[in-house]
Structures are given as C-alpha cells and as structure tokens.
Design a protein around this ligand. Structure first.
Ligand code: NAP
Length: 251
C-alpha cells in the first residue's frame, strides 16, 4: 500500500475541484477541501467521508496571503503535512479588451496566479521538508488565446510558466509540478459562459461537442483522472509538463 498523504485542492466545493478532491481521496489520500465558503465545502467532505475517506473543509480566499497561511497551517495540524497541492480555484470575468475593467483584470490574475503562488509557497515548505511533493496547476486551452478572455488567457498561460519554474526549482527535493490544460468541461463555469452568450447550456454543449475530435465535451472526472496520475508516486519522473485534456489537440 502506498503512503497516505495529505492533499489540498482549492476551489473544491464544486466542478473540477470537487471531482479532483473525490478522486484523490479514492486514491487513498486525506484531502483538505478548500473554497471561499467553508460551508460550501461540506458536500465534498461528506461524500469523501461517506466513502470511508478523511477530509477537512477549509474556507479560504486563495488570493489573501494571511488566509492562505492560516489555512495551510491548520491543514498541517489537522491532517498532516500537505505534500500534494492542486491549484484549481478559478474565476472568469470575460469581456472584450476595450470593455474589460482593471478590476476584471486584477481579480482574474489575483485568483489564478497570485492564488497559486501563495498556496504553493505555503505548501512547498512542507513538501521540501518531506522530500516529496506533487503540485498540479489548472491551466486551460484558453492559454493559447481566446476572444473575450485577455485576462483569463494571460493567467492560464502564466500558470504554465509558473509550473515549469516550480519543476526546475523544486525537483531536487522530490517535488514535481505539472499543469493540466482542460478544454470544454461541463461545469458551472461553462454554464455561466452559455448564459452570458444567451445560449441554452444544452445547445452550447452540443455545438461545442461537434468541434471536439472525440465528439463530446469533457466531464470533471476527465480532469480528475489526469490529476490522479500527476499526484501519484509513479509520476515522479514527470515534471514541468502541460497536458491538454481537451478531447483532441486543442479545444
Ligand atoms: P467552477 O465550477 O466555477 O468552480 C471554481 C471554484 O473555485 C468555485 O467553487 C469557486 O468558489 C472557487 N473559487 C473562486 N475564487 C476563489 C478564491 N479566491 N479562493 C478559493 N476558491 C475560489 O469552475 P470549474 O469549471 O470547476 O473550473 C476549475 C478550474 O479549471 C479553474 O481554474 C478553471 O479556470 C479551470 N478550467 C475550467 C474549464 C472548464 O471548461 N470548466 C476549462 C479550462 C480550465 P465560489 O463558488 O464561491 O465562487
């Protein structure tokens, strides 16, 4: 049996983060379920516990340095040294560049990039001490450019550079860092995009599926499967990689 580790998943109250948290628990890890609202994490925690796993709900804004420090300290005390981290928390504030506000820009880069920076900095202290660590960052096919997403695409491209640098700096401590770049995944985030565009979500999904080589949109479990591999003991020689999980070479 492999070592039971403590995994931290941000934005895990729903969507991709929830599926990743459930999967990492299924893999035998204790899981800290982080989201803005601690109460909203309870559903994920209860599902993990019902399946016989161990989980902890933690309310935290990943872009807030003090909250992150307190959250990671609490996780270390209650679950043990966090040596697996999935930086998944994310928001969108889409708009064409000429209409995008400075706040739209700052809040998106704040959650994705500043959030991943703060969470990783806090957790790497434990990982380097334990001589084992797995960092998985959520990028996106939008990193390649996407109309209406100057802020989000910059953040998601930034996640890729951040990942590669982590891999270079932390490799000698047994820590790997990899990024997953999902294409269209059926979650509240893509539902919000459909709503903003005034298209029923089912039509939006059907239209997107036609453009994807495997002829379907992704599910949160598709991303969880990739995260599970990156976080596993056997993935120790895979680092600094970006895997597009998009049903084809691009979305
Ligand atoms: P989602 O359903 O909107 O879930 C995102 C979660 O992150 C929410 O629970 C949200 O909390 C939480 N969150 C937002 N800001 C936070 C903060 N400052 N601190 C802590 N938690 C915060 O999104 P998703 O579709 O699962 O996406 C998950 C990740 O995958 C994101 O990084 C996203 O950019 C990326 N991604 C998604 C897709 C896709 O097609 N869905 C494609 C490519 C990449 P609240 O509910 O309180 O807002």
């Amino acid at each position: 049996m492999s070592t039971q580790r403590t995994a931290v998943v941000t934005g895990a109250a729903r969507g991709i983060g929830k599926a990743v948290a459930l999967r990492l628990a299924q893999d035998g890890n204790k899981v800290a379920v982080l989201d803005l609202d601690e109460g909203a994490c309870q559903g994920t925690v209860e599902e993990i516990q019902a399946a016989g796993g161990q989980a902890l709900a933690v309310g935290v804004d990943v872009a807030d340095e003090e909250q992150v420090a307190a959250a990671v300290e609490r996780i270390a005390e209650e679950l043990g040294a966090p040596t697996i981290l999935v930086n998944n928390a994310g928001i969108i504030r889409d708009n064409m560049l000429f209409k995008m506000t400075t706040d739209d820009w700052d809040s998106v880069l704040g959650v994705h990039l500043r959030g991943a920076f703060l969470m990783t900095k806090a957790c790497q202290a434990y990982m380097t001490q334990e001589k084992f660590g797995r960092v998985v960052n959520l990028s996106s096919t939008s990193a390649l450019g996407n109309r209406g997403q100057a802020n989000y695409s910059a953040a998601k491209a930034g996640m890729q550079g951040f990942t590669k640098t982590l891999a270079i700096e932390l490799g000698k401590f047994g820590v790997t860092a990899n990024a997953i770049a999902p294409g269209f995944i059926q979650t509240d985030m893509t539902a919000a995009t459909a709503e903003r565009m005034g298209v029923p979500f089912d039509d939006f999904i059907a239209y997107a599926a036609k453009e994807i080589p495997v002829q379907r949109v992704g599910q949160p479990e598709d991303i969880a499967a990739m995260a599970s591999f990156f976080c596993s003991e056997q993935a120790g020689f895979v680092s600094g990689q970006v895997v597009y999980v998009a049903g084809g070479p691009r979305d």
